[in-house]
Write a protein that binds this ligand. Structure first.
Ligand code: ME8
Length: 514
């Protein structure tokens, strides 16, 4: 059977600095979705990478005494290393300095031009180097320090005049509004999508899409005095990944992308400019733009000047990669802003992981080791309580599918932990340690039911905690053979008599170092 293609992307990170946990958050969330879809039988292509052009990169290189290419080579490798550190299973790590990306960007440009949407004019306005964006007079203000700032982003702007190519974005207002109307799921969450829609309704101006003031970018076809505005080339990375412009390549089956995962600060680029460019070029539009929130340090924004920027490697060293991944997706409602603190991470590790999951596994498996000959016990007839808890666990796949479909990762985990809570209550109520003496057959049934729930949970948490889930499935005797841990295996219950390895604790409590 041919699998259905599923293409998802993250934003491509700017390599002008080192990634922080906000970036890692984005990689982990996209990765969980990629893993979920793979386990659910899709032909997944998950792409991330680095956005290597633009004046910011050129200036950072100058400051570091490097050429732009030297700087991006170094930083792109560091960004890729963070993906690897957090177990992000990207299928491709794209770099916008790759030659094939130049071809794709130039071809997109030509198609937009052929459609009459690009013209040469002059740009005058307030330009923010930090944002790589022009602002209107009203969008800026002169502050007490004598410097003019963009109000929205608090970055310094300077009066700039340059010859520039423009994209007729103003011609796309109605088409975009029609798209939003026809596809209410085009961007999410709804309240962030609504902000985009009101912005479009307030009127769109043509967009300056080339620069002459620096040369670190993709040359404009037919006029190499100009390089493309970095966002034109950056957004095109999603097409490059799908093999564009070779629409006969095998890779083209992935276009249009199923979802672009991005942060809230770049929603306009993805939900306005990007579909407009694609409409202009006559290409299919991505199905969805999922906009996540920002992570804050106890409510405070991460910033170099405050010295509170967290390096992903520090967290991974402190808590372990799976606990960090779990924390990101369990603690924060995906789409909303979220907070982190040492206490919050420790709380999740100890209550959700060590107590509700780890303890249940450890207690039931050690009883099986001691009392059932170290094999999956043979259940007797199921009681109503057994059937009820099994039905809850079996319902998790459908519930998780629905949550992953709309990228509500926190809901998927919440559903799993609700069932774990109920299973803990069931285990306490059935008291198999008492049954051991009074009714060993009934004890075997209770232990079997508990292991069955743990097996289903183990399969379903693989996208979020791949290593720990693998260990849990190992101690439950679930084969690690190719495909044996796919979601299709949820249908295949544990077979009584299967030998089990000696139980080993998988989710350690976090203990403060002394
Ligand atoms: O914007 N919390 O790159 P970038 C959560 N190159 N997410 C955060 C965050 C935080 N504190 N800080 C940043 C760019 N992000 C462009 C993208 S795509 C064609 C081009 C997210 O390195 C941010 O919202 O500044 C974005 O989705 C991603 O990290 C990369 O940010």
């Amino acid at each position: 059977m041919t699998k259905t293609p599923y293409y998802l992307t993250t934003a491509i990170t700017y390599p002008n600095g080192v990634p922080h946990i906000g970036h890692a958050y984005e990689y982990v969330s996209a990765d969980a979705l990629a893993r979920f879809k793979r386990l659910d039988g899709f032909d997944v292509f998950y792409m991330s990478g680095t956005d290597e052009h633009g004046i910011k990169v050129q200036q950072a290189a100058e400051k570091a005494g490097l050429t732009p290419l030297q700087l991006v080579d170094r930083n792109s490798a560091a960004i890729r290393a963070v993906h690897d550190l957090v177990d992000s299973s990207y299928d491709r790590f794209i770099r916008t300095t790759e030659p094939e990306h130049y071809l794709a960007s130039q071809e997109l440009w030509r198609r937009m031009e052929a459609n009459g949407d690009i013209y040469l004019d002059k740009y005058t306005g307030w330009y923010s180097v930090r944002d790589e964006a022009y602002y209107t007079e009203e969008e800026t203000e002169l502050r007490g320090d004598g410097v003019r700032y963009a109000k929205e982003t608090d970055t310094e702007v300077t009066w700039t005049e340059e010859e520039s190519y423009f994209f007729r974005l103003s011609q796309y207002q109605d088409k975009l509004l029609a798209l939003y109307e026809a596809q209410p799921e085009f961007a999410a969450p709804r309240y962030r999508f609504n902000e985009v829609i009101s912005f479009v309704k307030s009127g769109l101006q043509d967009l300056s899409i080339s620069r002459t003031s620096f040369d670190w970018g993709v040359p404009v076809p037919g006029n190499d005095k100009h390089v493309m505005y970095v966002w034109v080339d950056a957004l095109t990375n999603y097409l490059t990944g799908a093999g564009f412009p070779d629409e006969n390549s095998a890779q083209w089956k992935y276009w249009p992308a199923d979802v672009h995962i991005i942060g809230k600060d770049i929603s306009r680029f993805h939900a306005i400019f990007w579909p407009a460019f694609l409409m202009s070029a006559g290409l299919p539009l991505p199905k969805r733009v999922m906009i996540h929130g920002f992570l804050f340090n106890n409510g405070v924004k991460m910033s170099k000047s405050l010295g509170n920027v967290v390096a992903p490697a520090d967290w991974v060293a402190e808590y372990g990669v799976d606990a960090v991944r779990f924390f990101f997706l369990r603690e924060v409602s995906y789409g909303q802003d979220g907070n982190y603190s040492h206490e919050a991470i420790m709380g999740r590790m100890n209550s959700d992981l060590a107590n509700n999951l780890g303890n249940l596994a450890q207690r039931s498996l050690s009883m099986v080791a001691k009392n059932c000959g170290g094999e999956v016990p043979a259940p007797g007839e199921f009681s109503d309580a057994d059937r009820a808890i099994l039905a809850q666990a079996q319902g998790l796949l459908a519930a998780n599918r629905a949550s992953y479909e709309v990228q509500e990762f926190h809901r998927a985990l919440e559903a799993i932990w609700t069932v774990l809570g109920e299973t803990n209550a069931y285990f306490a109520e059935q008291a198999p340690w008492v049954l051991r003496k009074t009714d060993p057959d009934r004890m075997a049934t209770v232990l079997y039911v508990t292991l069955e729930v743990l097996r289903i949970v183990g399969l379903l948490i693989q996208p979020v905690m791949p290593t720990s889930a693998g260990k849990l499935l190992d101690v439950l005797g679930v084969s690690g053979a190719e495909g044996a841990r796919d979601f299709a295996a949820i249908e295949a219950p544990l077979v009584p008599g299967t030998p089990l390895p000696a139980p080993a604790p998988i989710f350690p409590r976090y203990e403060e170092p002394v």
